[in-house]
Design a protein around this ligand. Sequence first.
Ligand SMILES: C[S@@+](CC[C@H](N)C(=O)[O-])C[C@H]1O[C@@H](n2cnc3c(N)ncnc32)[C@H](O)[C@@H]1O
Length: 362
Amino acid sequence: MTDDPNSQSRNEQSSFAMMCCAHGAETLVKEQIANEGWRLAFSRPGFVTAKHDQPKRPPTGVFIRTAARSLGSAKNDHSSVMIQKLQQAIAAETVPFDQLHVWPRDRTAIGRFDFEPGIDEVSAAVADEIWSALHDGSASNGPGLTCARPNQIAENGQRILDVVLVDPSQWFFGTHEATTLPTRWPGGVQPIEPAYEPISRAYFKAAESVAWSGFDMRPGDLAVEVGSAPGGACGRLLELGMQVIGVDPADMDPRIADHPRFIHYPARAGDLPRRVFRGAKWLLVDSTVKPDATLSTVRNMVDSRETSFRGLLITMKLGEYENAAHLERWCNFIRTWGVERLEVRQLARNRCEVCAAVTLPA
Ligand SMILES: C[S@@+](CC[C@H](N)C(=O)[O-])C[C@H]1O[C@@H](n2cnc3c(N)ncnc32)[C@H](O)[C@@H]1O
């Protein structure tokens, strides 16, 4: 294992990748990619680089938030020197970059000291400086950068220049093509500006899960949330124009409780008759309950003539990252419900938990 990806000899057949994940999830990322034949190189909490001896696309997986073909790195206290090194690192690229994404690795675990992932002040300032040096007309040589400003949401198929600030004075460079929605977001974090102060951070988690799932949620649809208090996620569903049922023994924030499109059942989900959920199309689950019990409750809600859910967004609380060892078993249990599609991802806004997006047949 070497600590510096630049010290590795690069040849046509090898692949170099850099990945970001939640602070604490890097062990799982390393385990996964090592099993796929990647040799681990430099890493820090929330950031992993690796080499493969064959031509390979950068890895994807439940805990991999971003992945890029690695182009090198730079370490210096002066940004002008770092930008020169970036220009050298991309000099061999022949096709212009459509977008520039610059973000920091996660400084700590999500939620700890109120930490949230995404672009911070330093990376925003670095992004501006890099963009000024590279955008078309500024760069004297190199592939060029065509975007009007940095850190915009990419279009599908666009080629993105990625710069990860592992520390403010240590940057890693890479490139990826935008394919799925999270690969279009800078640093894999959904850019979202709520119209009103969210009631809880679950607002962002719900917004991300809804967008990532691709579920065709429409105004007027009926959605249920289990584990709904105080109401951040319900706030997002109401904002999207849906009718919402919240199930939680705890109190809802009055801004949600008094909303004309909201009904609260102050109960545990398993204690309610299933007819309560009649007509509901979407189910979100975010209760502080272990995944085995959560899944058993959801199965009982789904497996009924009274209900006709089309899509489920289930937060599975791991508690500890070691519990990811049960993921396969949980997924296999979900598959026994006759699902059309199942996808699992640690969302950027997930703490030590993952989100399962489940599509059920009509
Ligand atoms: C993380 S909080 C949910 C945050 C919420 N989704 C939001 O948007 O603000 C977890 C909630 O799960 C609730 N809960 C725990 N067990 C439950 C159960 N069996 N049924 C329904 N809610 C439950 C707790 O009362 C707690 O309010």
